[in-house]
Design a protein around this ligand. Structure first.
Ligand code: ADP
Ligand code: MG
Length: 388
């Protein structure tokens, strides 16, 4: 079942008298595709839980509409929407066994949905098997690990065969190792059941690793939607570029001058843009490559060895923080422990408007023009000349 949000707003009245109301969600307009796992990703307070609660029916939108397939759910109460919910705190009943916790939602079914005792037990056992806790059914929640408790919560959410599974930071209470394991489990379960799933997290690594699609949010608004790799490789704005990626992207104050990108006095690369302007230049750590004839000079700070890779940490006056390059240990001999020069991988470099943060793209037609007028000599024309 697909979940459609049409221009949904959620406004909360302010708690203090006279202050402005809070727009927790602004113009959320997206169709969550059937049978996919979508990661809803953004910093704390950006409106993820509010969005999820609007879909579950725990909240009503201030404006806009919500559909499950073609059925208008905007004003349907939560218990009639057929959604399964899993929260950060597992919220299991402590006095009930695992089996009875899983059975609980089925025991409240009424009318045509009512099940026989045998049907209920079959469903509960199937759900327990799916999340691999069949051997724990007689235990009480207190005697289970965090990971096992979260599996029980997932089984309890799935036992009613929901149309939509909604998970709100389900891994946050688990330690690092269990978090990795459980997120793979969630992925497997989603693939097996093919239930439309929305997974809320502030952890970009988590969202990137298990989602078919990610929806990046900030301050109540959608910033970008796409396959994880697509969004990483093609961020639409500076917020998205900075939010995705560990270690984070390096950001420099730069300039477009005569169809070239400059950081300070150093020309980084050609960039046909037609107009001279101040910009933010962002380069992924894996796109800075120490090399003797590099285009960007920086002051060397330190080297961090992280097993397979080495992080070269440096300082540059055009960047407010430390800059970081990830190199394989093979490339590390080019680092002279004083200053360091980097060449730049062009597909790892992005240019943003310094005011709005929106991505600026080089104008391909300008490159062609430049070629005929032989102005600026962009790299692409050079390459073409060589192949002739
Ligand atoms: P997230 O889950 O991304 O951390 P939330 O959806 O919980 O963010 O909150 C988004 C914004 O809405 C925050 O500024 C939060 O303070 C505000 N908010 C959430 N719930 C309420 C509420 N019931 N009343 C007032 N403000 C709220
Ligand atoms: Mg939240």
């Amino acid at each position: 079942m697909k979940v459609v949000l049409k221009h949904v707003d959620k406004e909360f009245p302010s708690k203090t008298k006279g202050a402005d109301s809070v727009f927790a969600v602004k113009d959320f307009d997206f169709e969550f595709p059937e049978g996919k796992l979508v990661g809803l990703l953004g910093p704390s307070g950006c409106g993820k839980s509010t969005t999820l609660n609007l879909i579950s029916g725990l909240l009503r939108p201030t404006k806009g509409e919500i559909f499950f397939d073609s059925i208008d759910m905007t004003n349907t109460p939560a218990e009639k929407r057929g959604v399964g919910l899993v929260f950060q705190n597992y919220a299991l009943y402590p006095h009930l066994s695992v089996l009875n916790n899983i059975l609980f939602p089925l025991q409240n079914l009424k009318g045509k949905d009512k099940l026989t005792k045998e049907e209920m037990l079959k469903r509960a056992h199937d759900a327990a098997e799916l999340v691999e806790i069949s051997h724990l059914l007689d235990r009480k929640p207190a005697s289970l690990s965090g990971g096992q408790q979260q599996r029980v919560a997932i089984a309890r959410a799935l036992v009613k065969k929901p149309n939509v599974l909604l998970l709100d930071e389900p891994l946050s209470n688990l330690d690092a190792r269990l978090r990795l394991q459980t997120r793979e489990e969630i992925r497997r379960i989603q693939k097996e059941t093919k239930v439309t799933t929305i997974f809320v997290t502030h952890d970009q690594d988590e969202a990137m690793s298990i989602s078919d699609l990610i929806v990046v949010m900030n301050e109540g608004s959608i910033q970008q939607i796409g396959a994880p790799q697509e969004v990483y490789d093609n961020p639409k704005n500076l917020f998205v570029a900075k939010f995705l990626g560990i270690p984070p992207i390096n950001v420099f104050d730069g300039e477009i001058r005569e169809n070239s990108l400059y950081i300070g006095d150093e020309k980084i690369t050609s960039f046909a843009y037609g107009k001279n302007t101040a910009v933010k230049i962002a380069i992924r750590p894996e796109g800075l490559i120490p090399s003797e004839d590099g285009v960007l000079s920086a002051k060397f700070s330190s080297v961090e060895v992280m097993g397979r890779d080495i992080s070269v940490i440096a300082q540059h006056p055009a960047s407010s923080g430390k800059i970081r390059a990830i190199v394989s240990s093979v490339n590390s001999q080019n680092i002279c422990y004083d200053s360091v020069k980097f060449s730049v991988a062009e597909n790892k470099l992005f240019v943003f408007d310094s005011e709005s943060g929106e991505r600026l793209l080089a104008d391909k037609s300008q490159v062609q023009e430049g070629k005929s007028k032989s102005a600026g000599k962009p790299k692409t024309t050079k390459k073409k000349a060589q192949t002739k």
